[in-house]
Design a protein around this ligand. Structure first.
Ligand code: 3UK
Length: 521
């Protein structure tokens, strides 16, 4: 018996639990996935999972081999994710918003043998193909070109029967990469039991998800947040999910909601703010199907909670989760909300706020948030020092600064490191700084998170120019364009401020906290 009261046997394959079991429970004809004009039943998904698992086996994928998924939200995502897990391989859902050089790192660091890639993203991989040391096969979901394999053809030739690999509950099931301050992402290794724990504690415990729910997540499946919302939560209870491969702009989101009638809506603060702003200019918005809205990724400002409630008479449940913890571990509840706070620990998880010596601080005092629970990743792949800093026995250091009020609600106050978020997605200041520094006019720079008119964080750059260059609006725009062309679009600085010098430590390191203070004045 694990701490959460879930009976998980030692021999255990989570793909069986999340896919096959729905057939055993008589849900074969139920819709699992709505995708464009298609509705796929659990039987359809089961067959696709088995065929994809066999197709991967036929390519030589073995137990413990990594398989990189660079896929837009689509049924093939579900088939490859669970197909790989079912054969004991380890899928790695990967951020589709990155650039070629990011994929070069991820493919070489993970040593994935096979990558399954949506056709529009294939050029990004081809650009670095000659530098990939371990990739043997590039499988295209869509039309395959020379030296590429067609997913459709591989699957068409594969058997529908697949015995699950003889995995244990503590085998690696999948990895998720999480960005670090230096810009090199860390692969968090998640085990076969983790998705069951998150489903039990958060999806059932807090959302009370049921078979007749329909989920729609604006956060894509490659995020830990989206993966639960849009895939394993609904699959755990035989509910349906709406998958939407397009970029989520407010108009598109409202259109999907009005057409597909989800009951559970998952989003991030930036997109809630954008939806509110666009609401009145979009005709025919129908939100009547939604019973609950969820927000995570960054703190939800009270103003957005209030405006949403006023506009749609719906509450937004804010909760904090992380890639390492897999999903949300502190959350508001439908009947217990303090807007602006992250809520209280989800039953089954424990949370404490500690000082630098690891002692719990009194209520109202700020400290570092530590969390305990059975969905936490085992370690970071090939990053032993980082693993030791983060994983402390059953506890994990979230890196977040929090305080607890006398009523027991947890309040986010900031990060303990210099990492920041843009639209709920990690941005490393070092990576943005290094990119800006390659611009011919820039001598040095410092990047911090600043807040926009919705009180949401976005990157801001303080820049010292080289001699002979003049600060101007045009130069600021040029630097922004320069960054957008080189690293993922969401990382570019929304504000550029030219300064004479940067605050430095005795050893020459930029003091980003001084820049943060400067920004608040
Ligand atoms: C921050 C929040 C305040 C916080 C995630 C839900 O965001 C997720 O995972 P990431 O690894 O980032 C984790 C970090 O993001 N954060 C997330 N949610 C909140 N800060 N209020 C919040 N509600 O710094 C945390 O350490 O990208 C969210 C489910 C699964 C997830 N992986």
């Amino acid at each position: 018996m694990s701490e959460v009261g879930l009976e998980i046997p030692d021999k255990f394959n989570v793909a069986v639990e999340l896919v096959d079991k729905n057939l055993e429970l008589g849900r074969g004809k139920k819709v699992a996935i709505y995708y464009r004009d298609q509705a796929l039943t659990y039987e359809d998904v089961y067959r696709a999972v088995n065929k994809t698992g066999n197709a991967l086996k036929n390519l030589g994928v073995d137990l413990e081999d990594r398989v990189l998924l660079l896929l837009l939200d689509c049924p093939e995502f579900a088939a490859s994710f669970f197909g790989a897990i079912k054969i004991g391989a380890v899928p790695i859902p990967t951020n589709t918003l990155l650039k070629s050089k990011d994929y070069l790192y991820l493919l070489n660091d993970s040593r994935a043998k096979v990558a399954l890639v949506s056709e529009p993203l294939v050029p990004l991989i081809e650009e670095i193909r000659s530098e990939l040391r371990y990739l043997k096969h590039l499988v295209v979901v869509g039309t395959a070109g020379p030296d590429q394999l067609s997913y459709r053809e591989l699957v068409a030739g594969a058997s529908e029967d697949l015995e699950p690999a003889d995995t244990s509950k503590d085998d690696a099931a999948f990895w998720l990469y999480s960005s670090g301050t230096t810009g090199f992402p860390k692969g968090a290794v998640h085990l076969h039991h983790d998705m069951l724990v998150a489903s039990e504690l958060y999806a059932k415990g807090i959302l009370n998800i049921k078979e007749d729910d329909i989920t729609f997540s604006v956060a894509k499946l490659f995020f830990a947040y989206g993966l639960g919302n849009g895939l394993y939560f609904p699959f755990r209870v035989g509910a349906s999910t709406v998958l939407h491969p397009e970029r989520p702009d407010p108009k598109g989101i409202y259109e999907v909601i009005s057409r597909t009638k989800p009951t559970l809506f998952f989003c991030v603060p930036t997109a809630y703010a954008a939806m509110l702003q666009a609401a009145d200019s979009i005709p025919g918005v129908d939100m009547s199907s939604i019973r609950l809205c969820v927000s995570a990724g960054e703190a939800l400002p009270k103003a957005i909670f209030d405006a949403w409630q006023k506009k749609f008479n719906l509450i937004i449940l804010d909760g904090i989760g992380s890639t390492e913890c897999l999903h949300i571990f502190i959350s508001n509840r439908p009947d217990d909300i303090k807007a602006g706070s992250s809520g209280k620990p989800v039953p089954g998880y424990a949370a404490k706020i500690v000082d630098p010596e690891g002692r719990e601080v009194p209520d109202g005092e700020i400290g570092t948030l530590m969390v305990k629970g059975d969905s936490i990743a085992a370690y970071y792949w090939n990053k032993h020092e980082k693993s030791k800093e983060t994983f402390h026995g059953p506890w994990i250091n979230t890196g977040d600064k929090y305080f607890k009020d006398p009523d027991g609600y947890f309040w986010y106050v900031g990060r303990g490191d210099d990492m920041l978020k843009a639209g709920g997605i990690w941005v490393s200041p070092v990576e943005v700084e290094n990119t800006i520094m390659e611009h011919p006019a820039v001598l040095e720079c410092g990047v911090i998170g600043a807040v926009d008119h919705d009180n949401l964080e976005k990157p801001k750059a303080y820049i010292v120019l080289k001699d002979g260059f003049q600060a101007s609006e045009e130069l600021a725009v040029d630097i922004q364009k320069y960054v957008k062309g080189r690293i993922a679009h969401y990382k570019y600085p929304r504000w550029v401020e030219f300064v004479g010098q940067l605050p430095k430590t005795a050893t020459g390191k930029t003091m980003r906290y001084v820049l943060r203070q400067l920004n608040q004045q």
